[in-house]
Design a protein around this ligand. Sequence first.
Ligand SMILES: *[C@@H]1O[C@H](CO)[C@@H](O)[C@H](O)[C@H]1NC(C)=O
Ligand SMILES: *[C@@H]1O[C@H](CO)[C@@H](O)[C@H](O)[C@H]1NC(C)=O
Ligand SMILES: *[C@@H]1O[C@H](CO)[C@@H](O)[C@H](O)[C@H]1NC(C)=O
Ligand SMILES: *[C@@H]1O[C@H](CO)[C@@H](O)[C@H](O)[C@H]1NC(C)=O
Ligand SMILES: *[C@@H]1O[C@H](CO)[C@@H](O)[C@H](O)[C@H]1NC(C)=O
Length: 616
Amino acid sequence: MKSNGASPSIALPLLALSSYFFSLAVSDPRITEAGFYCENSTGIVAGNSVPNFIAVMRGISESVIDRRWGNYSLALPPPAVYSLAQCLGDLIQTDCLLCFAKSRVRILPCRPNFGRLYLDGCFLRDDGYDFYNETVDPTHDMLKCSSNSTVPVERAAEFSDRVDRVLRNVLATAVLNKGFAVAGEDEAGGVTGVYALAQCWSTLDAGGCRVCLENATSKARSCAPEEEARAMNAGCFLRYSTTKVHIIIAIASSAAVVTLLVLIDACIGYKKHNKKQVHNSLMQLLASGSKFRLYFKYETLEKATNFFHDSRKLGQGGGGSVYKGILSNGKVIAVKRLVFNTQQWADDLFNEVTLINEIQHKNLIRLMGCSIEGPESLLVYEYLPNKSLDLVLFANNATHILTWEERLHIIIGIAEGLAYLHGGWGVKIIHRDIKASNILLDENLTAKIADFGLARYIASDKSHLSTGIAGTIGYMAPEYLVRGQLTERADVYAFGVLVLEILSGRKNSVYTLGSSSVLQSVWKHYKSNNLAACVDPALRGEFPVLEASNVLQIGLLCTQASMELRPPMSGVVEMLQDKDRVAPQPKQPPFLNASVLFDKSSSGSRTCTHGCPTSS
Ligand SMILES: *[C@@H]1O[C@H](CO)[C@@H](O)[C@H](O)[C@H]1NC(C)=O
Ligand SMILES: *[C@@H]1O[C@H](CO)[C@@H](O)[C@H](O)[C@H]1NC(C)=O
Ligand SMILES: *[C@@H]1O[C@H](CO)[C@@H](O)[C@H](O)[C@H]1NC(C)=O
Ligand SMILES: *[C@@H]1O[C@H](CO)[C@@H](O)[C@H](O)[C@H]1NC(C)=O
Ligand SMILES: *[C@@H]1O[C@H](CO)[C@@H](O)[C@H](O)[C@H]1NC(C)=O
């Protein structure tokens, strides 16, 4: 590798650049799986197959960083491995790296055998022989036709003609253009538009590229009048679709691209390449905040964690398990091993690295570095000796019972960390998975919010995001759980649940409905004016009754079923810090009334104005 150990990286003056980040959504590593084939040959020497794979991937990643494709081979120790990675010509470098990282983890489970994987943005293959000059492969080439709605019968012939023209065009251009081309015809005369993209592997010469694409073209053509086709050959990838299949990189978004490159580069220890593309002033801006961020070698982290030994396991977070590691200089770290093989993987890594790299707050966990060259991706965090809040709070044989002051300190810390995420640094981030096991404690019992894998940016002109549901049942706000409507008020809800858990010392279980749920029992005590009775009996009455009731009431305010009634985190912080201030009365109980949620007439701004429950 070009770099070992530390490489200079850059802390972005984020407030100034935050608007660029919203353009990131435009960037797309196209990790949709188009075709996957895991070889099942016999006679492979299994022993070195994983170490060889890692070595080959490392070799290849260097050249992917340089030129967005690469081949690398290793003969000894057996089994010999030949490998080729190729990003499609229109993918920007960052997306290429993400796509490559994704395909590497997808193909790894083929060990001890070999595999080939076609994602929409890149290709990766390894094999036991030199296949770099292969164009077509009668047994393993794939063709995938797909359609959502069929082209009307009377238009089918015209549509097929159009597919034919576009494919011939893209073939001819690609052969002349170093193996990559896009082509298309927009909708006209009632016939839908057709767009195509072709990519030959860069190990082929123009002749090989033509052989491969001619074969792919005739196969793809046979899919018409279906709306989409992907021909996946040993030497090329060809796709046509009625929707645009390639990315048009606008000059305007290049600042965002550069920003992202810098972030990813920080992670893979790569720094010298983009200088030409980098706008001078932006570079200066970036350099002005420069600091050191560590890039770790896979082996270093493997060794530090004693090869991810079970005895080193600290816990299981969303998206991966976390291990304690000790570096050779004695420094203790926490290493998060991202689960490979999940579709969400690249997204989550991307989120976590870009988010955490930039946000700094005493109540948010600090990312120290990462490693994405090995067979799996690793994130390195500061190590916190007191583990996570759930272990301290809910352990059966807890050695340390948290005092009232400690609990309040933890609650205030979480509130401040969340208030910061929700806009305290100029960009709004929704964490989405606030829960006891995602709160880590340092030696002073200061709360640190961890696990940003699910976090999402939200643009300031949007009131909410509609996303797939992800999070932890029991902490999920009703509107999010039922309608998938995500705003920062969903974090406020989860925070409220957490407050009630911390003060009552009980886990909120969704499986025990009725009076035994923490939310229900706190609400009941609130209605009977006896909130202090909910406080953890382990405190043996050693807590200020009024203050404790007030904090419980804040917890209830945050868990009201209608999101509009929940206070913003900044308001919660103010209430918690001002001991003389009495929190407002909650208007609603924390649990669901189905009519609130399923009301069809309601949109994002629905409030519970009538028919709302006022008591249990
Ligand atoms: C490979 O083939 C063997 C036997 O033919 C079978 O048991 C095994 O599951 C196959 N593995 C894969 C990855 O397909
Ligand atoms: C890559 O492939 C070419 C043949 O296309 C070969 O000459 C070269 O040695 C290969 N590189 C590596 C690192 O294996
Ligand atoms: C593509 O190549 C394969 C392998 O040589 C061959 O079997 C197939 O008939 C070819 N298809 C077309 C349409 O040329
Ligand atoms: C690759 O195949 C082409 C024919 O398409 C041939 O001309 C060329 O010599 C081959 N290259 C190697 C390295 O085998
Ligand atoms: C088919 O529908 C899916 C989901 O709605 C969409 O992602 C995909 O792009 C559609 N495909 C075509 C060819 O329109």
